[in-house]
Write a protein that binds this ligand. Structure first.
Ligand code: FDA
Length: 322
């Protein structure tokens, strides 16, 4: 829990985010981020497609507070949509409303999203709204409600740690939904804190949506959840076309390939771009062992260099926190 809070704290530090963007991949994000530009990302997607794996692409960015930056993010995402269409890869988009200006102005964000969803709609490309922290949950659902009046190529995420998840999944069962445990630090007034309770709730939500919902994306690296889904879908005659497994780029690669080989729909979440810092720190918060994954690749001489970086940035972060 201490380490989780430590990395979540780092993930929200704007000064360190700017530094990370400046000094790029040298800090070790390369193993979990598929390049800094569209060309590199498309190459990674093609390679995954060759193994029968589809992709959801995240042009990294979040918690944007300047209009100019949000407009730039919108243009970049439209550029990714064009690249998906132009290259013919099997992929769709994941985006975060705060990247498109939700913290600046709701209507401005809505207009940005409308352009993105409209362009994707013209190519029959699906857009998934990633779910961020509790403060952004209701406004994000409001955006989806508004956009659904005109478009059906959208879906979102239900986070099992929220008490309201059960109510939300019932309301949004007609949508393609990604079901996850939840990645942010949330207060006990609104969210389960105990891992076992979160796992139990995730299983309840998965079973509910597999039986009652549209298409279900089960997004987890947890083999216990995956094995439960395999058993449940066989016992309940749920066809493989009704669901897929999702994992993040760079994590449990063998298992990703194995699931695809077993004939399950599999989709890898492919983040790319220079704004990788917050994403990267949340992965360390979820599983500090992920440090090994990164350390192995980058610091095969001295793994503690990166730990030193983490500790150093934490204290620097405390000095510079807004
Ligand atoms: P968890 O971290 O709970 O681990 C459970 C067990 O699985 C571990 O004890 C270990 O045994 C095994 N395990 C896990 N990772 C492993 C690894 N790398 N190697 C070996 N074993 C491992 N969150 C959010 O709030 N909003 C969102 O929009 C999304 N979107 C999203 C998309 C996708 C595709 C994924 C995979 C995840 C998200 N998440 C998310 C993150 C999600 O909420 C959650 O924080 C992480 O997936 C971590 O939880 P897991 O269920 O993966 O396993």
């Amino acid at each position: 829990m201490i380490l989780k809070n430590f990395f979540i704290g780092l993930s929200q530090n704007q000064f360190l985010n700017t530094m990370a963007q400046k000094y790029g991949f040298k800090l070790g994000a390369k193993s979990v981020v598929a390049g800094t530009n569209v060309e590199e990302m498309i190459e990674s997607v093609k390679e995954l497609n060759m193994h029968g794996i589809s992709c959801t692409i995240d042009n990294l960015g979040e918690f944007v507070y300047e209009r100019e930056e949000a407009t730039k993010a919108k243009e970049q995402i439209i550029n990714v949509i064009e690249a998906i269409n132009g290259s013919g890869v099997d992929a769709h988009i994941s985006l975060k409303p705060t990247q498109l200006g939700l913290d600046i102005d709701y209507d401005f964000c809505l207009r940005n999203l409308e352009e993105i969803v409209g362009r994707a709609h013209s190519y029959n490309i699906f857009i998934n709204f990633d779910m961020e922290d509790y403060g952004h949950l209701q406004p994000s659902l409001d955006l989806i409600d508004e956009l659904s009046k005109k478009y059906e190529n959208i879906g979102t995420v239900i986070q099992a740690y929220f008490f309201r998840a059960e109510q939300d999944i019932q309301r949004y069962r007609g949508y393609r939904l990604r079901l996850v445990k939840g990645a942010y630090k949330e207060p006990e007034e609104v969210a389960y804190q105990d891992k076992k309770e979160i796992d139990r709730n995730l299983l309840r939500l998965i079973e509910y949506h597999l039986v009652n919902g549209k298409f279900t994306s089960i997004a987890t690296h947890d083999h216990n959840i995956i094995n439960h889904v395999k058993k449940f879908t066989i016992e309940n005659n749920i066809p493989k076309e009704k669901f897929e497994f999702q994992m993040l780029y760079g994590f449990r690669k063998e298992m990703q390939l194995d699931l695809a080989k077993e004939g399950y729909n599999f989709c890898t979440y492919v983040p790319f771009g220079t704004d990788w810092y917050g994403y990267f720190m949340r992965r360390l918060a979820e599983r500090p062992q992920n440090l090994n994954l990164i350390a192995k690749q980058v610091f095969n001489r001295k793994t503690n260099t990166i730990i030193g970086f983490g500790v150093g940035t934490f204290f620097l972060g405390r000095l510079t926190k807004k």
